[in-house]
Design a protein around this ligand. Structure first.
Ligand code: AMP
Length: 531
């Protein structure tokens, strides 16, 4: 058997801009219906755990309903964008449920992002409200940079700024029922950096979230007995789909871990009798290095999903040796596919260690050559992915939407091949980025910032291989007058970029950067210099 659970019946349906996609025929009508269904099936079951807070489905629904009432009383309603700058916490989950419940659109933000980028994103989506952790107040852009932002709500500390509310101000009123929404309505916008260096807002639909949740449920056979730890950021598509949406669909328990530390994660996994998690490969590497891996009781751990970056074959082997009953699932997808489109059936993981998996039931994979023709089986090309969970497009950016999504297929920018059995192997990337432990750093964004330093002529950013994180950010800099102060460049970059985008190593070149006859920088040559 390929997948662990039963695959619901499927049919082709027409959606969005005329795409015809395979969908699960019987499904919840919206993301809100996932919670309503779980409440109906398992009202007393534990829904959400974070620190000392434990909420069953009845309580979670009541709090989310009352927070939704609080938002509605502020005049926030259908289609409004409400940004979340909240680290992993119970409040993140409750705020997300509340926003979507009133038909508004949640815009989860990366808590590591710098003020400049936050200002861009808040203005781009025209967010009318921001719910943020008190500890992150210093990253919030000044009011003049975000004119639409009328409401600020502070979680876990003193209200930030004149007119700001406290999280508790939203709670306490009567719970309100979910607002009716269409399946193609936008539930969330997730910003991803892009080849232009400007973030783009991927529009996640209710249809997409419901399918992502059902794919995980069916392929991993999830149910009310499952207890998942979300330690990847909930603001990223993996936390949103493999954590929140999948556990709501299963009626299981979501245990939220504020910050990943291998020993603390392993202790929590044992204490909470974790059955399921999806993490990035770097987290598995760190778990294997932790002494707690040998002592923690992980006997309930059934499903180990990983994605976002390539998993080294040796890590898979070591995990299989240490936890022989753990079902290892490679998961390939992206923000634009609302998570899972390709999964590795666990029975195949060991003998296909270099592949990422096969199309999940509703998804289709194409390998396309440069002329827009399907490549023969076994030959490489760009991976195009179609599924009901492919996003509607990018917020306010029809050009980028048309370029990235063609007839319902998302053009991944990943290069790969499919073998005769339908298994996909990734070979390379056409997109110029560094995948730092799952965090994507687009080279152009870092290059533009470094090039603005007065002593720099030009800069090129490449991925430096790393055994733990997979890749790290390395900059080659051609500077004026013998300038070679790496710390100065890093301080300069840190003023404009999130911490994980700042180059960890810099090579200064006396000569200009190597270029081909057309003037394109030869990054392959630069990568080769890293050895
Ligand atoms: P993101 O939008 O941050 O989720 O990034 C999506 C990109 O991460 C994909 O286009 C791939 O380049 C990479 N990626 C996602 N899953 C995997 C995986 N299982 N193995 C290797 N790379 C992956």
């Amino acid at each position: 058997m390929t997948w662990l659970g039963t695959i619901p019946a499927m049919r082709h349906e027409r959606h969005l801009d005329g795409r015809v996609v395979r969908c699960f025929g019987v499904r919840p009508a919206s993301f809100n219906a996932l919670l309503a269904d779980a409440l109906g099936r398992n009202p007393g079951g534990e829904a959400l755990v974070c620190g000392t807070m434990r909420l069953d489905y009845r309580r979670l629904d009541a709090i989310a309903g009352s927070a939704a009432g609080g938002l509605a009383r502020l005049g926030i309603g259908k289609g409004d964008r409400v940004a979340l700058l909240i680290a992993n916490s119970a409040e993140f989950v409750i705020a997300l449920l509340a926003i979507v419940r009133i038909g508004a659109i949640a815009v989860p933000l990366n808590v590591r992002e710098g003020t400049r980028e936050l200002a861009y994103v808040l203005a781009d989506c025209g967010a009318v409200a921001l719910i943020h952790d008190a500890t992150l107040a210093s990253s919030i852009p000044p009011a003049f940079a975000t004119p639409a932002l009328a409401t600020r709500v502070t979680v876990g500390g003193a209200r930030h700024g004149a007119g700001a509310l406290a999280w508790e101000d939203l709670l306490g009123g009567a719970a309100i029922e979910p607002c009716p929404v269409g399946e193609e309505d936008i539930a969330a916008i997730l910003y991803t950096s892009g080849t232009t260096g400007r973030p783009k807002g991927a529009m996640i639909t209710h249809l997409g979230l419901v399918h992502a949740a059902m794919i995980y449920e069916a392929c991993m056979d999830l149910g009310p007995v499952d207890r998942s730890i979300a330690t990847v950021p909930l603001s990223h598509v993996t936390g949103l789909t493999a954590g929140i949406a999948a556990m709501l669909r299963a009626g299981g328990t979501l245990v939220v871990m504020p910050q990943f530390r291998a020993d603390a994660f392993l202790a929590l996994a044992a204490a909470e009798r974790m059955t399921h998690t999806v993490m990035v490969p770097a987290m598995y590497n760190l778990c294997l290095l932790s002494p707690a891996f040998g002592t923690a009781d992980l006997s309930k751990w059934r499903i180990g999903g990983y994605g976002g970056a390539p998993m080294p074959a040796v890590t898979i082997e070591r995990l299989a040796q240490r936890l022989p009953r753990l079902q290892l699932f490679n998961a390939y997808g992206s923000t634009e596919t609302t998570g899972p489109v390709v999964l590795m059936p666990p029975s195949e993981t060991a003998r296909r260690a270099t592949a990422v998996g096969m199309a999940t039931p509703p998804a289709e994979i194409l390998v396309m050559d440069e002329n827009g023709c399907e490549a023969p089986t076994g030959e490489s090309g760009e991976i195009w992915l179609k599924a009901p969970n492919v996003v509607a497009g990018y917020w306010g950016n029809p050009e980028a939407s048309a370029e990235s999504i063609v007839a319902g297929y998302w053009r991944s920018g990943d290069i790969g091949r499919i073998d005769g059995d339908g298994f996909l192997t990734l070979l390379d990337r056409a997109k110029d980025l560094v995948n730092r432990g799952g965090y994507k750093v687009y080279s152009v964004e870092v290059e533009n910032v470094i090039a603005a330093h007065p002593s720099v002529v030009e800069a090129a950013v490449v991925a430096r291989p790393c055994p733990v994180l997979g890749e790290r950010v390395h900059a080659f800099v051609s500077a004026r007058d013998g300038f070679a102060d790496a710390d100065a460049i890093r301080v300069h970059a840190a003023q404009a970029l999130a911490d994980y985008k700042v180059p960890e190593a810099i090579t200064f070149l006396a000569d200009p950067l190597p270029r081909n006859a057309n003037g394109k920088i030869l990054k392959r040559e630069l990568r080769a210099r890293l050895g």
